[in-house]
Design a protein around this ligand. Sequence first.
Ligand code: F6R
Length: 608
Amino acid sequence: MCGIVGYAGEVQAAPVLLSGLEKLEYRGYDSAGMAVYDGEAIRVAKAKGRLQVLREITEDGAQVPGVIGIGHTRWATHGAPSDVNSHPQVSVSGKFAVVHNGIIENYLQLKEKLMKKGVAFVSETDTEVVAQLLEYYYKGDIVDAVIQVLRRVEGSYALGVLCEDAPDQIVAVRKDSPLIVGLGQRENFIASDVPAILSRTRDIYRLNDNEIVILKKDSVQVLNMDLEPVEKQVCHIDWDVSAAEKGGYEHFMAKEIMEQPKAVRDTISPRLRGGRVVFDEISLTAEQLRSFRKIYVVACGSAYHVGVVAKYVLEQNVRIPVEVDVASEFRYRQPILGPDTLVLVISQSGETADTLAALREARRLGAYTLSIVNVVGSTIANESDDVIYTWAGPEIAVATTKAYSTQLAVVYLLTIYLADLLGRLTPQQYADYIAELEALPEKIDAILKNRANIQYLASKFFNVRDVFFIGRNLDYAMSLEGSLKLKEISYIHSDAYAAGELKHGTISLVEDGTLVIALATQRTLFDKMMSNVKEVKTRGAVVLGVTTSLQRQIEKEADYVFYIPDACPMMLPSLSVIPLQLFAYYVSSMKGCDIDKPRNLAKSVTVE
Ligand code: F6R
């Protein structure tokens, strides 16, 4: 999604904005721009395409003088990617320049009103309405004009505003779209995410909805909508700058795949003490847990696939019915929620608009909300009753890998914890689970060491047209993720099916040479899976099987096999996902795709 950077300081702003925007490229965008006050007027440079185009037209920013400015990478929603639709958008006289993330839902009504009053629009964007409204309501006080505009706009936004009449300040505000303030030495920043400013400061404020910031080089004032000062806590970012760099890998995705043993260990270890799962961070009691009649798991995309795993493992171990929902569907289907429901929300970014809306709906209806989130202090984390952080570190590649693996790790921890609270595990089962958890990072590492085999398999299949992933139970959940990984970064059409469901329609798509990736890790379902493999083989499919090293009989049925180490059935998803990620990565690389920034996709989806 769009990215915002703003700078007020002593050095030339344009190069700082460009390098900040570069760190936000991972979010996905199709045009970029900046507005800088050059001492006399606001100068705007913007262009469709990669940031490199903006670099070229501004000579890496050298052609844009001035020490205060706002920059933006746009992911088109209202109006196609074009120079004119890029941000910043300016008001009719050029007095105001605005960068915006989010969507102004009532922009058409507002636009019509302004047009009737003679205001001429040049772009198709909802953002231009904000710039024009600012000028319309401006009577000499910028913050007052901002408040007038906020009273009229509906939707989600993070806004950065520069006004020619106050050339030493940026005014910023957010609602339902993330925005942070970076606190430097004689320089301050706004940004939509930490990597944009990490090379210049590690001290930040995370803004809440409806907080207004007046940012100058020497001061940062945060006000509420009644213009009262708001006390903010400084949050110190302690990641290594290198965590947001490629560190010698060709792509962030490769680096993040390889970081998984560490990410999973970092997520599990602090929660294991004396052979027990300990969650100091959650306040949910055994009594509350006993009162829950149902658990809902709500998330989007890959996080939803973790939810599908959670459904199987929670139901099996905790014995409370679990429903898993795509967040964008959940909120509009009038879910039956109340104090007797636990809503588990899963999100890497903690800012996904649909997931956040689902969380708010759950809270409104009185459910207990527990979120699994990677970004500390994000909106979903802040608004949940309890939050469990995944310690994956910053994930930059659009396609999630290490955050996904840490979410799975939290699901196992939580399952053991909840099942134990309800007395559902024998001491032996409990001890076995702990031993399996502790062994996971090493087993993931062993698969990664064997990645050349997956690279070989990718070289055999990188030019196929369709791929079907099939599996049963947890292997079905992994099929969903394997299929998503492949299609999102390699653009190969692929689908995932519950293996037993094939014969009810889908098998008609299988023809000579169709690649079927059959996940057959679950011991109890292995024979059933082999029957399904036979069914597709009979229709001409080429089958790549993924199973554990204990189930070598697969070689009788599959054309190619990738073995993962054995583990307890519940934790096998953490192992089977690794070859699926690697397969997608290598296929995409062999096809020459833009692996870290696949077309049309954004890292953090902050619009509905
Ligand atoms: C796929 C992927 C997405 C995200 C989804 C939810 O590789 O990364 O499907 O899982 O957009 O994002 P978060 O977890 O930030 O809520």
